[in-house]
Design a protein around this ligand. Structure first.
Ligand code: NIG
Ligand code: FE
Length: 420
């Protein structure tokens, strides 16, 4: 007797598994939320009794996207800064005069838990509809214990209702808040001795991240804060070498960070340090584009140095509002010289690695979570060429149709909100 499986996606025109080489004419069997088998269509047809069959001939099947770097939960909005930048103002100048992250902090401190959740929910819905099935979200617009905990609780609530897996990161070291700018050492002490222990105690975060940048946290401060995180079980991540070569990649290597992110200004020494320490290099070209910066991160040098390169949206209220991973893939191919298949690996398997989840998701392989996207195009080249236009035909998270889980998507305007 052939074993029964929940679903067979059959005769797939082209399958991009994320980690390994593409396949043509394959099928994928799914059961209990996991990928049961991947192989030639004729072979799989004889092996299982599927409850449901989907004909995917002529279509492209890929893993769900792993968006490993976002700041999705915040109060208010900063379109004014975008208009100022388009008229010639600079991101760091705006930040130095009290705008930027600190403007979002003031608005976030005013927001209730429910407001933070309500405002983030449609962003998250759009991300899932565009194919992101694992999404990291950072705190970092509170910068005091009470508001940072509120942000992390909002992230937890969104995670419990969202069909995608939500991965929480504590980023109290996003900026020095207004009230501690004359005694920054005291804020760093509070971060290490009060905030990190409280976040860990409530189990609200898996990672600890820091903005190591000129004018924000320097390498020594970054090292101290990330080490305090490690002592409390929070895995380190770092915003490194974004606006200037500030030594962040060296800190990443020294502390054994899971990923170093941005890297627009990384040096040869930084690249060597990351590759020696097996740190994932996460590139955020949406931010470079959105800030109208001339220099994208050196993706080719990083790939040639043997690093695992991930890409992510960096969705946040100021420096990048792009939510679509496909759009980010398009930018990666256009502006950083990645091939379509490199961009796919970066948006799936490498993203999972940047979240220490490569055994769970990010590739179409037996035993992985059945997080999948079916696209109405024949292959990844056609898809990338249409990066600003294409939307998934179907998204599955843990083997379930997202459209069944997200009835609010594409519904009439008067239908009540259904949650994520
Ligand atoms: O990743 N670099 C620091 N943090 C965000 C920007 C946040 C903001 O401008 O609100 C980033 O780009
Ligand atoms: Fe960021």
């Amino acid at each position: 007797m052939k074993p029964t499986v929940d679903l067979l996606i059959e005769d797939i025109g082209r399958l991009v598994p994320g980690k390994t080489a593409p396949l043509e004419g394959a099928s994928v069997a799914i059961d209990s939320g996991k990928i049961q088998a991947v192989g030639p269509a004729r072979k799989l047809a004889g092996l299982f009794h599927p409850e449901q069959v989907i004909d995917a001939s002529g279509k492209l099947l890929t893993p769900g996207f792993v968006d490993s770097h976002t700041h999705l939960v915040f109060g208010g909005e900063r379109s004014n800064e975008f208009i100022q930048r388009c008229a010639g103002a600079d991101y760091e100048q705006i930040a130095a005069t009290g705008g930027g992250i600190r403007a979002s902090v003031r608005m976030t401190r005013e927001a209730t838990l429910d407001q933070l959740i309500e405002e983030a929910r449609p962003r998250l819905q759009r991300m899932v509809a565009s194919g992101s099935t694992t999404i990291e979200i950072k705190s970092g617009y509170g910068l005091d214990l009470e508001t940072e905990l509120r942000l992390l609780r909002a992230i937890r609530q969104l995670g419990s209702e969202c069909p995608a897996e939500i991965v929480p990161t504590f980023m109290g070291a996003h900026e020095i808040p207004d009230e501690w700018r004359d005694s920054r050492q005291e804020y760093i002490r509070i971060l290490c001795e009060e905030m990190i222990p409280a976040v860990a105690e409530e189990g609200l975060a898996e990672f600890c991240d820091i903005f190591c940048e000129r004018g924000v946290f320097d390498p020594d401060e970054s090292l101290r804060i990330l080490r305090a995180g490690v002592e409390h079980g929070l895995k380190p991540k770092i915003h490194a070498d974004e606006m200037a070569a500030s030594g962040g990649s060296l800190v990443a290597a020294e502390v054994g960070a899971v990923s170093a992110d941005h890297l627009m200004e990384i040096t040869a020494e930084g690249i060597e340090a990351l590759s020696g320490a097996n740190v994932v290099a996460t590139l955020l070209p949406g931010t470079t584009f959105y800030l109208r910066k001339p220099g994208y991160a050196p993706a080719r040098s990083l790939i040639e140095a043997g690093l695992e390169v991930a890409i992510a949206t960096d969705r946040n209220p100021g420096s990048c509002t792009i939510e679509s991973m496909l759009f980010i893939m398009g930018l990666s191919v256009m502006q950083m010289g990645m091939t379509p298949l490199e961009a796919f690996r970066a948006a799936t398997h490498a993203g999972a690695k940047a979240l220490a989840r490569e055994d769970l998701c990010g590739s179409i392989e037996q035993g992985k979570r059945a997080d999948l996207i079916l696209w109405d195009v024949p292959d990844e080249e056609v898809l990338i060429h249409e990066f600003a236009n294409e939307v998934p035909r179907t998204v599955w998270t843990s083997g379930q149709f997202v459209s069944d889980l997200l009835p609010g998507i594409n519904s009439p305007v008067d239908e009540p909100d259904q949650g994520v």
